[in-house]
Design a binder for this molecule. Structure first.
Ligand code: HEC
Ligand code: HEC
Length: 95
């Protein structure tokens, strides 16, 4: 095979890789853009929870189970998802 032909084949391959890359990127961006707004309740900004706002997430989460635990003051609703990192889901209210 001549060099020219193989170069042409390589550049065709590269073109297809680029098209595939752009297509995948477009799908990801579309999915992110269409994703529903997060509906999980945020960390309330009330007297109880305000003190957790200036803390780091990990530091603050140590206190949550003081009240939020099964049989505690404010137990979790039934079917609550795994809850080791509260503030990843219950985000601080910003702005
Ligand atoms: C001193 C007790 C106490 C601690 C500690 C506490 N909470 Fe609460 N939490 C409450 C009470 C009482 C309510 C219900 C009334 C309210 O919204 O403030 C509540 C409600 C909530 C709600 C529901 C809000 C809503 O909109 O219905 C979330 C989410 C929550 N807390 C997350 C957390 C997280 C995360 C932490 C740890 C960073 C935490 N709480 C620490 C007492 C506490
Ligand atoms: C993987 C995500 C996730 C994590 C981690 C998580 N939660 Fe939740 N939590 C939810 C979802 C989803 C609900 C359902 C109601 C909603 O939309 O807030 C909920 C509900 C609650 C409620 C009841 C809110 C209400 O009034 O209906 C409280 C209180 C709560 N979570 C506290 C906590 C605490 C405290 C932690 C950490 C120990 C925690 N959650 C960790 C996702 C999470």
């Amino acid at each position: 095979m001549s060099n020219a032909a193989s170069n042409q084949r390589d550049s065709k391959k590269t073109l297809w890789y680029n098209i595939a890359f752009v297509a995948v990127a477009a799908v990801i961006i579309t999915v992110l853009a269409l994703a529903p707004e997060e509906t999980t309740k945020k960390l309330p900004r009330d007297d109880i929870h305000l003190k957790f706002y200036p803390m780091g997430k990990k530091a603050a989460e140590k206190f949550c189970p003081d009240c939020h635990r099964d049989g505690g003051e404010v137990p979790f609703p039934e079917g609550h998802p795994p809850k080791n990192r509260c503030l990843f889901c219950h985000k601080k209210i910003t702005g």
